[in-house]
Structures are given as structure tokens and as C-alpha cells.
Design a protein around this ligand. Sequence first.
Ligand SMILES: [Zn+2]
Ligand SMILES: [Zn+2]
Length: 578
Amino acid sequence: MLKIEAIRHSLAHIMAYAVQELFPGVKFGIGPAIENGFYYDFDLPRPLVPEDLPRIETKIKQLIKQDIRFEKKVITKREAKKKFKNQLYKLELIEELTEKKVTVYESGKFVDLCKGPHVKSTLQLHSGQAKEVINGFKLTKIAGAYWRGSERNPMLTRIYGVAFKAKKELDDFLLKEKEAEKRDHRTLGQKLELFIMDEEVGAGLPLWLPKGAVLRRIIEDYLYKELSIQGYQWIVTPHIAKLDLWKTSGHWNLYRENMYSPIKIDEEEYMLKPMNCPFHVKIYQSKIRSYKDLPLQLAELGTVYRYEKSGVLHGLTRVRGFTQDDAHIICEPGQLSTEVTKLLKSGLKMLKTFGFKDYDIYLSTRPEKYAGTPKGWEKATNALKYALGKLKLKYQIDPGGGVFYGPKIDIKIKDSLGRPWQCTTIQVDFNLPERLKMTYIDKSGKKQKPFMLHRALLGSIERFVGVLLEHYTGALPLWLAPEQVWIIPIGSRHERYAKEIGEKLKISGLRVRVKDENETVSKKIREGEIQKIPYLLVVGDKEMKSKSVRVRSKNKDLGMMKSTRFMERAEIEIEKKK
Ligand SMILES: [Zn+2]
Ligand SMILES: [Zn+2]
């Protein structure tokens, strides 16, 4: 059986071959197989236009039919340098290789620096039932990509392709892609007037527009209320701290590549915080703690800053500054499994409220480099397993996937297209209590080291809003919609009535806008539907006379309704968080 990765990777080579034929003088970057397909980065003599993709595609099909073999050759570094003498990017890669020998693959007139695996010959891409493979791939996208993902390097042209074993699979995939495109939160964010990005502000730093800020506030208020009931205490901590703190905590040593350069204040260096944890520990240590204080749950909507390469930044889901719904639970070792059980239970309940009922759970165990003792890891891992078992939750083990400081549970929620999104994480930490010398006094009056759990439920507010938008295609449930109701007067003589109703609805707690601009009713309705406003209330003579409103929701006319009746309906819907 041919592995799909081998097919995808081989297609990357053949695409590069095709590009070499069509664009003499092209310089090659790299071309791996990726999820659902492949890409290759090129330094081209001219920019590509969309019409180039079908041309390249046709060329690829011609090449596939020619029985081109993938011949492996192991050569010396010096020979490799000679072979790739006109390929500056390949030369750079060869230069960095630590091995003396270099593996190259020759297919027809195209040579690539590569370790494989590939198909033996392009005939395999269309022989027998795999004949469909020729039709099972498609070039989908042209994008700019910095060489090795760094802004300091030249921008190359990346061509993406998707590939499957059968045409049917490809068609299904493309259909799903189209659906996903409609749901792209970056487009929705603009259309719904939630957030923007501004080049002058900087990449990966979203600006929240008034409606976006309301949405955030609704989510934050919900968290605040729920977690307060669960016994969390809320704290607020600064965005920067002295470099020394990050040295003591271990972040400077192990997490530096995600941190920004120091900021000099007077004679001392400060760092933007990549995490909130050390601050929470400091607050824990602000007084002597006894077993009676434990478990202590400290929560913060903490804004952190982490370095991400510009190439991976993506709307709200991959940014450089974001607000975590962060919390730390400090407990006695014996309380660990109970605390994790509580976290899982309340976390899943809250995710369900937001409309996420499907998820995959992962338990990550000890990696090669770790803090703490093997015995401690085993105990903590068992506590996590116990909690998962107690709640009868199915999970997969990710062996060695834990963070260096402890084992963890991750929950990936699935959106309405079945796409997984990493949100919740619950992590045991052996490192910080040790490094920052946390203690508590136990029942017998002895000083002990507590256990510490890091947990984020939604992950980050930014990312979660992105996921919500894609999940609901922007049509947020009533309780989350930043604008819940628009009231549209038919003529200017209905404006006063519209405003009266508006006031009443506002007093009952709804987020309302009276659309009294000088535009046609149909235009206002269209605009409301584009902005996915849950309820559009149209009022004219008839409605005025009968103290009613004409209700439109989700592109449907629900007919006339007494305004009091509409209010009840909306209240119930919000209460149920439907
Ligand atoms: Zn290869
Ligand atoms: Zn933490």
C-alpha cells in the first residue's frame, strides 16, 4: 500500500520539476508533505498570477505520465555543493548539515536535497486504482512565505496543493474547504465589525472594535461569574517584571525563544510576561499559607506576550499578545485528583454552554527532559488518569508529550465542521513550587511543598472568539451576540415608537440599536443579516397601533408579535444560552 504522505511528498517534487520546466532559473526552497497535501517554496523570476496554477497542474500531469523515477543517491557534501551551485537556498541547507554525506533524489531533470520517502516512479501515481491520483490532487493556493519563516529573509512564493488517493476524497475535501472559507473568522471579524488588524500597529496584535469589545466582555463576565461561584479568587498582575524573576522561575532558561527582548527601566532589565504563573506564586507567598487555605484557586484574565514567527500568525488564533483565562490551583498532594476532577467537570460544562459538545482529550506523559522525580511524575500522571476515569472520559495518551515541568491533560474541542481546536489545558507543575520555594504548613505544623496546577479553560480569549466565530459562521447565539436586536422603523413617523420599544428592551437588559438612518428598510434588513444580528424588529403603522413588532430572525419572517411577548421570548432564549 502506498502511504499517502509518500504520494504527497512525491507530488511536491513533481510540482517543483514542473515549475523548473515552466520557469527556467527558478530557485528552490523546501517542499514537504503537509496535512492534506504538500507545498513547495520558490524564488521565481516573475510573480505568479492565478492562471499559472492550471498551467503548472497540466505540466504535472504530463510529467506523471512519463514514468519518472525517484532515484536515491548518497553523495559527499562537496559533490552536493557542486550539484546545487546555482541554488542558494539549497546551499544554505547543505552548509548546515552535520552529516558528511548528503542524500539527494533525482527525478528526471529535477534533483532535490531530500531524505524521502517517495513513490518509486510517477507511474505509481496513476497505475491501477491509483489512476485516480492524477485527478486526486489540485493546486490550491499561492502565498508569500519568508525563507525559513523569518522576516529577515527574502519572501518566497509558496504553492500549495492538496492530494488524496481518490478523486472522491479530494472533492469532499474541497467542499469542506469552501465551507471553512465562509467561516473564516478573519473575514467574519471585519464583516461583523468585531476586530481589525493594522499594519502600523503590528502583526499579531488585534484591535478590538466596540462590538468585539462587548463580545469579549460577555465572555469574561460569564467566566467571572461561574468561577467565582466555584470558589476562585480573582487577581490582577502587571504586564512586565524584572528579568531576575524570569531567571529564578526558569522561563529565561527554558522559554526564552518565546519571549521578547528586555526593556530597560532605569538601570534594570524587565521582560514582557509570556506567562502569569510567577506573579500568582508571588501572591500565594504574600502570606504564610496553611493547609486550611488549600486548595487555593487564583484566577486572572492575564494578558501575555509571546514571540511567534510572522509566517505562523493567523487572525485571532495565532497572535503575539493575548489574554489567557488563566488560573493556578495550589493544593496538598493528596488533593490533586479531586482538583483535576473538579476542573474537568466544570470545564466541560462551560464549553458546552458555549456550544461545544464534541472534543478529544489527550493525556501527555513525561518527556525526555523533565523536572521532578520519576516517582512524582508517576503519581501525578496516575492522579490525572484517575480523574479522567472517574468521569468516564475517553482519552488518548500522548507519550512523552508533557511539558518539562509536569504531565498534562489537553482538551481539543471540535467545531461544527469537526475541526479540532486546542483550548483547555490542565498541567501539573513540579518545577515552580520547587524553584520559587513555595510552602504551606500542614496539619502537624510542618512546612511542606504544595502541588501546583496551571489551567486555562478557553485557552485565550482571542483564540476562543476566533473559534466561536468559525463554529457559528458568525451567527452567535443570542446571549453572546454583541448586538442582539435592531429595530427598524419603516418611515420617519415610526421613529418615536421604535425608540420607545428600544428603551424598553434596553431596560430589560437587551443590547439594542435603533436603525434610524436615512436608508431603505430592505437595505437595513440586508445589512442586519450580513452582520448576523439575531433579531430584526420592523415597525410601521400596524405594529404601532397594536403595540407590536414584526420579527425577523435568521433570514426568516416570524410574523407580528406583541412587544412584551418578544421580550419574554428573548429573555428565555438568553437564560437558556441557546
Ligand atoms: Zn523528497
Ligand atoms: Zn501557569
